[in-house]
Ligand binder design. Structure first.
Ligand SMILES: N[C@@H](CCC(=O)N[C@@H](CS)C(=O)NCC(=O)O)C(=O)O
Length: 266
């Protein structure tokens, strides 16, 4: 069954978070944001998120739910191949999730799309104050999530499926990149620093990937586990799950043997 969700927000005025009602249908021009508003809030074109259940496209759905902004969500429930076919149809050269249509532009890279939406339509929300130390670390985690964490965890996963690790790599490995995140959360409640930010949205996918597939030993990271519990309690995260993963995880990758990461723990 094809899922086309459109969230109709009330008018998005002066960057105040508004309630979201999900309905079935196709986005109409009236769903566009028309507010003439302060810095960081421009008129917003129609946004469609092309989605695969349980994958990085959830970041965009979650962001829009946190901000209370309208979007259309396109995926075929329980059928990753069909959802991917829809992505391939609009983005044949780079068929990845998320692919987002923003007006007449076709965009990829979840972090870049999130930064763009926040800069144009966020009104300062989900970003620490520009002059604060948290702004620098918020950007650090936004980019670390893909540039260091996802890339190293995915590389280790692929290699360790073929050859389980015998010793720690001299390069920073999956355990190293997750430990660095754990250390930060020992001193800060969020990857946004004092407050939840878009950095937290970016970090969850690769953290879950590394932990749930046994690339690292989940039990070694208590602060990250506590952070996940706080994330899961957020209404916008729950709203994302209800809309973007209504039947739970679809097509999980096989986990590594439970002791794959422990084998190399010093
Ligand atoms: N760095 C990209 C990664 C996008 C990506 O690789 N998405 C996965 C799903 S989580 C995908 O579409 N994989 C299909 C493929 O690589 O062919 C982002 O953050 O958007």
């Amino acid at each position: 069954m094809k899922q086309l969700f459109v969230t109709n927000t009330k008018r998005f005025l002066l960057a105040i978070a508004l309630s979201v009602t999900a309905v079935f249908g196709v986005a109409t021009p009236s769903a566009q944001v028309e507010a003439q508003s302060p810095a960081g809030v421009l008129p917003m074109p129609e946004i469609t998120i092309y989605h695969l259940e349980g994958r990085r496209s959830e970041r965009l759905v979650w962001l829009m739910e946190e901000l209370g902004l309208p979007y259309t969500l396109n995926f075929t429930r329980g059928d990753l191949a069909a959802s991917m076919a829809a992505i391939r149809a609009i983005n044949p050269a780079m068929p990845v999730a998320p692919t987002v249509t923003y007006g007449d532009q076709v965009l990829v890279e979840s972090g870049a799309i999130i930064e763009m939406i926040l800069a144009r339509h966020g009104g300062g929300r989900l970003v620490p104050p520009l002059a604060s130390p948290d702004f620098a670390t918020h950007l650090l985690w936004i980019h670390y999530s893909e540039g260091s964490l996802a890339s190293r965890a995915i590389a280790d996963y692929r290699v360790w499926q073929i050859q389980p690790p015998q010793q720690r790599s001299p390069l920073v490995d999956s355990e190293g990149v997750v430990q660095f995140a754990e250390n930060f959360l020992a001193d800060n409640p969020w990857f946004g620093g004092a407050e939840f930010s878009a950095a937290d949205i970016m970090m969850l996918f690769p953290i879950n990937f590394a932990m749930n597939l046994n690339i690292v030993n989940k039990a070694q990271f208590p602060h990250i586990n506590a952070w996940i519990s706080k994330i899961e309690a957020r209404p916008a995260y729950q709203a994302m799950l209800a809309k973007a993963r209504p039947d739970g995880m679809v097509g999980s990758l096989p986990a590594l043997p439970a002791n794959a990461s422990r084998a190399v723990t010093p």
